[in-house]
Design a protein around this ligand. Structure first.
Ligand code: ADP
Length: 149
């Protein structure tokens, strides 16, 4: 069985993230979404709320699981017998970051990273954008998966 973890902060989980998971399901039998803590990013939406929201999005899909994790990403992958890490890239800046992470994770845990390009229509969608809009009391629903609203 081909299993991938999809690690991220998902603060919040956007249509861009959703699209990566859906397309990833063509490549993997199972995807475990791992909500990790990113020490460099300040949390906006509470962890439990993010977990519940992603649960709701995939409640009818037995091939997608979601968990919070507090360990190294390669250890989280090992816990789930996952051979792959799934990530998405939108721009050159993402690419540089992802390359460093992929190299580190290959060295640390012999886990391969599979990168999917964003759909052009979602290239501008980021959790940061959604958090900014939210802080100004703007409508964020266009950026969230339908079932999360
Ligand atoms: P992290 O804090 O680890 O960067 P994020 O929650 O911001 O986690 O993102 C998780 C993954 O989803 C990253 O690989 C990121 O590049 C990707 N991603 C985020 N937004 C999009 C998008 N609009 N299209 C494609 N991939 C995306």
């Amino acid at each position: 069985m081909r299993t991938a973890i999809f690690p991220g902060s998902f603060d919040p989980f956007t249509i861009g993230h959703y699209d990566i998971v859906i397309r990833g399901l063509d490549l993997f039998d199972k995807i475990v979404i791992g909500i990790g803590r990113n020490s460099e990013k300040k949390e906006c939406f509470p962890l439990q709320q993010r977990l519940d929201a992603i649960h709701r999005v995939f409640r009818d899909n037995p091939r997608v699981e979601v968990e919070v994790y507090d360990s190294l990403t390669v250890d989280f992958a090992r816990e789930h017998d996952a051979q792959f890490i799934l990530r998405g890239i939108r721009c050159v800046a993402d690419f540089e970051y992802e390359r460093n992470m992929a190299e580190a994770n290959k060295q640390l845990g012999d886990v391969e990273t599979i990168l999917l390009y964003t759909r052009p229509e979602y290239a501008h969608v980021s959790s940061t954008l959604v958090r900014d809009l939210y802080s100004y009391h703007k409508d964020i629903t266009p950026y969230l998966p339908q079932s999360q609203i």
